[in-house]
Design a protein around this ligand. Sequence first.
Ligand SMILES: [Zn+2]
Length: 241
Amino acid sequence: MPNKKQLKTNPANSKKQRTAYQSLAAPSLRFSPNAWAKILYLRDAGDTEIGGFGVSRKDDLLLVEDFVTVKQRASVVSVEFDDDAVAEFFDEQVDMNRSPAEFARLWIHSHPGECPLPSPTDEQTFGRVFGASDWAAMVIVARGGQTYCRLRFNSGPGGSIEIPVAVDYSIPFEGSDHEAWHKEYEANIHVERIVSRGLLEFDSDGVAQRDGALDCGDCELFDDTAFDFEIDPWEEFKCRI
Ligand SMILES: [Zn+2]
């Protein structure tokens, strides 16, 4: 049992040290109000996911000052960035004297439903695209308002940690710019409908028959109600938040 003097002289017990340890133990990803407003605007501009990169402040990599989209194919369950557009975005950022740590580590995308948890596709993308950098974060903003952020460290012993997301109103911020944001949405978000082509039976006139499930041995294919229909996996997705 340490005596009073030991407690006082132990650097871990000084207020300054404690604060430092606390901030190390519980970091959060903070957004400038402007960056956050832009994310919400783009999230709600259509029915699909949208994605982009968070641009951080040089001296505070967990403070996102801007959110930038690149040309992408977006569906209700995925976003796929155009490789050339990503390369162009990186070039522009380097030209602005920014380092990759400031613009290429925060992958932010929206979910059109209530659930902010990463899908298996998100996990694959995060591993494949961001697995080579020393660290990265996957950030998901659901339309329902919930957020998810996981920091992953790929160097050293590695590891990952979920951290909270917050908007930092203490920093000065500019007004919104819906016109510019909408132009960016229209230029970059290319909506892709996800369709499922179920097994249909056709009669001699080529008209699809939709009367009941079709038996295919071990599996039972459900009756399709249309040639194309949109999938809403989030409807059935079990969200633990
Ligand atoms: Zn996702």
